[in-house]
Design a protein around this ligand. Structure first.
Ligand SMILES: C[S@@+](CC[C@H](N)C(=O)[O-])C[C@H]1O[C@@H](n2cnc3c(N)ncnc32)[C@H](O)[C@@H]1O
Ligand code: SF4
Length: 335
């Protein structure tokens, strides 16, 4: 059974407002969760979080890190901010063997597989093969990219893949793109134009922006370069792990997402760059053992008891509802 998109988004807006105090999370959830069975799992996970139960019902999305390396140095990204500590932490590329171990053994409940992590996915030489295999396994593939490598043969090949969503991480205007991401907005826009002309009809193209003190006053004209070209613009508040902790119980470990780093280690938080929350390794354990195993349970127990690892205690991410995450509405009557 397929629930109509508008109905589902409306329900997610209500849910997002009730949980986060902002409707901005609805789009994010929709991207990963569209099957009724996944909705049920997410609802149960949220209930467990609310009741502070150290368990999850299931996992609906995997985030894979195909590349632990990047051609950019965005000013707010851990990749730039924590360079010396990141050097050599894990392999630069996820091997095909690790990728297949993750995708081929992913639980049936997993609906979406997202290529992201700490690095630039388009730097992986087999990224298009990976997307195709995810779709062959009946999962929805989506991808985050900085857009700079979206050109030439790679662009043409990527456009032919059954990608569900291409997320481009950008800043609101040319000046902030240059200043905070070191990129030329016009160049990336040309790449996007070419991709949109060649892509599969079902592939959605979205812009993803981090809202931070340096761009928060620029959001009013955010649609200007993208009218008629992209399907949506989403945003998310900048997170920091420098002591700006949160009084809220972080929901991340209950969200029904697991991240697999290039080395096969599995963590319930996509911000767990330094692997402090690792609950297993896909080369050593089956996903079912990881999801229902002791390490995950112990971790959830620590969260409910307020005894999180220092990194989580210092993370600003659970403060999401405190940030201005609403964008100007998409212009009416356009694509
Ligand atoms: C780490 S990047 C990896 C994928 C790809 N390189 C890209 O830029 O889209 C994934 C997402 O995290 C965002 N990001 C980076 N640093 C962040 C921060 N401090 N707070 C919130 N999001 C951040 C990026 O803008 C991007 O949308
Ligand atoms: S492009 Fe992505 S991974 Fe690279 S520095 Fe920017 S946000 Fe980080």
């Amino acid at each position: 059974m397929r629930i109509p998109k508008r109905l589902m988004l409306a329900a997610y807006r209500v849910g997002s407002y009730m949980v986060y105090g902002t409707t901005a999370e609805a789009n994010w959830i929709y991207e990963k969760v569209q099957r009724p069975s996944s909705c049920f799992i997410v609802a149960m996970n949220l209930l467990y979080w609310k009741l502070r139960r150290p368990r999850v019902r299931g996992i609906v999305a995997l985030i894979l890190e195909p590349v632990f390396d990047c051609n950019l140095r965005c000013t707010y990204c851990p990749w730039s901010l924590m360079r010396p500590r990141l050097e050599g932490l894990r392999p630069r590329l996820m091997t095909w063997e690790t990728f297949c171990a993750a995708v081929d053994t992913a639980p049936k409940t997993v609906e979406t597989i997202q290529f992201s992590g700490l690095g630039e996915p388009l730097m992986h030489p087999r990224i298009c093969d990976m997307i195709e295999r995810v779709a062959d396994r009946g999962k929805r593939p989506s991808l985050f990219t900085n857009g700079t490598l979206l050109k030439g043969d790679l662009l043409r090949r990527l456009a032919q893949t059954p990608l569900s969503v291409l997320n481009l991480s950008l800043e609101p205007d040319a000046e902030t793109c240059r200043k905070y991401r070191g990129i030329d907005l016009d160049t990336v826009r040309k790449h996007v134009e070419e991709f949109v002309a060649l892509k599969q009809p079902a592939t959605e193209v979205k812009i993803r922006m981090v809202v931070h003190p340096g761009n928060v006053d620029r959001l009013g004209a955010v649609w200007d370069p993208w009218r008629g070209l992209v399907d949506d613009i989403k945003m998310c508040p900048v997170f920091t792990t420098d002591g700006a902790g949160s009084p809220f119980l972080c929901m991340e470990p209950w969200r029904g997402n697991l991240t697999v780093w290039t080395n096969g280690k599995v963590t319930p938080c996509c911000l767990d760059t330094f692997e402090d929350l690792v609950i297993g390794n896909i080369h050593k354990e089956a996903f079912a053992e990881i999801i229902h195993g002791k390490a995950y349970r112990d971790l959830l127990n620590r969260f409910t008891k307020g005894a999180m690892p220092d990194r989580c205690a210092n993370c600003s991410s659970p403060n999401i509802g405190q940030m201005p995450t609403l964008l100007p509405r998409k212009p009416v009557g356009r694509r």
